[in-house]
Design a protein around this ligand. Sequence first.
Ligand code: ZN
Length: 63
Amino acid sequence: MLYTTNCIICGKQYSFEVSDEGYKRWLEGEHIQYALPTLTPDQREIMISGICGKCFDKMFEGE
Ligand SMILES: [Zn+2]
């Protein structure tokens, strides 16, 4: 399936393919790294927290 979401900080839209099966397992509570192992760290971040990789880096830079 195509997963589409917007970053809650910059509002940029991101969409990427995730496996139906893995997505279901993630919703059911399986750790995202096991359910969807092919995603990049940035893709995992936006699915978990709603924040894209760029904004995530910005939040922690200089702190
Ligand atoms: Zn962002």
